[in-house]
Design a protein around this ligand. Structure first.
Ligand code: IPM
Ligand code: MG
Length: 366
């Protein structure tokens, strides 16, 4: 198979971790007879430096011309980087929001999974962890508060800022269907998260989710208020299979879920539209403090490449090969610094490796 992949290396650790993902993909290509063609696309701070804007029309066109886009990370230190002196619509993050909207990437899948080998990194008590947890957060990505009209103005001499949260039934229906579809391939449970005790948009959300649920009789579903969900994620994360939620709640809950696994450097994500196209990126940020040191964990990006093979190219066997290679490397004791045992824990059989070495080890095992 020939695959056209747009590559957004981005800022901070982005270029380092993307290099490792390409290394692993190329190895997959060699072993399974596929050809991966890469086109570099500028987005984020590096695009601001080169063009004055975080995402150009050419960059959008290049992304659209690709079968899929693999991304590292974008943005810098919000208190020290000059990018954050710019108007909000010219900052790195605005590029990402614009790309999601331009490509209609409304379905954001964020797995949060506890690796047996990394149990010690989980901040929860052993009795809460039990046999571990494995959930998928399905976050709506192109609507809601992040895309509503906003303004800051003087009202009767008082500076006043307004953001608006709008969802229509079609936007809710299409993401709900995605949530139930993915539940059918998993443990067949959907927890739909909203704030229906306060928000109209959440009451509509609930109504539409109930309609969609009728088409999936095998899936058990429940509604949960977002504040309760935030609590349940640390009280009993095992209970969750698919968490289906709107944009802002998903933003917050997915960070919480990743922290609960204790290893954000391990978590991948996919943003999909209604074609086979997808944007694949690690859940973590650009980590400017460790950029260029060769110590960043490339596994989340490598696993994002695996998601790309699975969802855009239907190469399940190849995706399995990457996921198994990652598990194998962990089993053999290799760790980047972020997932090293904590003080007081045993380091027997554990070896710390840098970014490139971790990529090599995984590539060798696919
Ligand atoms: C994420 C990020 C983005 C978001 C920011 C950078 C706009 O936090 O992907 O979760 O909120 O969607
Ligand atoms: Mg976020």
């Amino acid at each position: 198979m020939e695959c056209q992949i747009g590559v957004i290396s981005g800022d901070g650790i982005g270029p380092e971790i993307v290099t490792e993902a390409k290394k692993v993909l190329d190895q997959i290509g060699k072993k399974y007879g596929h050809l991966f063609h890469y086109t570099d696309i500028l987005m984020g701070g590096c695009s601001i430096d080169a063009t004055g804007v975080p995402l150009t029309d050419d960059a959008i066109a290049a992304a659209k011309a690709s079968d899929a886009v693999l991304m590292g990370s974008i943005g810098g230190n919000t208190s020290t980087s000059p990018w954050y002196q710019l108007a909000p619509e010219l900052r790195p993050e605005a590029g990402l929001l614009k790309l999601r909207k331009s490509l209609n990437l409304f379905a954001n899948l964020r797995p949060a999974y506890l690796y047996e080998e990394l149990k010690a990194a989980c901040p929860l008590r052993d009795d809460i962890i039990g046999t571990g947890f494995d959930m998928m957060i399905m976050r709506e990505l192109t609507g809601g508060l992040y895309f509503g009209a906003r303004k800051t103005e003087e009202v009767d001499g008082v500076t006043t800022a307004t953001d608006t949260l709008t969802y229509n039934e079609n936007e809710i229906r299409r993401i709900a269907k995605r949530g139930f579809d993915i539940a059918m391939k998993r443990r067949k449970k959907v927890t739909s998260v909203d704030k229906a005790n306060v928000l109209d948009s959440s009451r509509l959300w609930r109504k539409i989710v109930e309609e969609v649920a009728k088409d999936y009789p095998e899936v058990t579903y429940e509604h949960m208020l977002v504040d309760n969900c935030a609590m349940q994620l640390v009280k009993d994360p095992k209970q969750f299979d698919v968490i289906l939620t709107e944009n802002m709640f998903g933003d917050i809950l997915s960070d919480e879920a990743s922290m609960v696994t204790g290893s954000i450097g391990m978590l991948s994500s996919a943003s999909l539209n209604d074609t086979k196209f997808g944007l694949y990126e690690p859940s973590g940020g650009s980590a400017p403090d460790i950029a260029g040191k060769g110590i960043a964990n490339p596994i989340a990006t490598i696993l994002s490449a695996a998601m790309m093979l699975r969802y855009t190219f239907d190469l399940d066997k190849e995706a399995d090969a990457i996921e198994n290679a990652v598990k194998q490397v962990l089993k053999e004791g290799y760790r980047t610094i972020d997932i090293m045992p904590q003080a007081g824990e045993s380091t027997e059989g554990i070896e710390q490796v840098g970014t490139a070495k971790m990529g090599d080890l995984i590539a060798e095992r696919v």
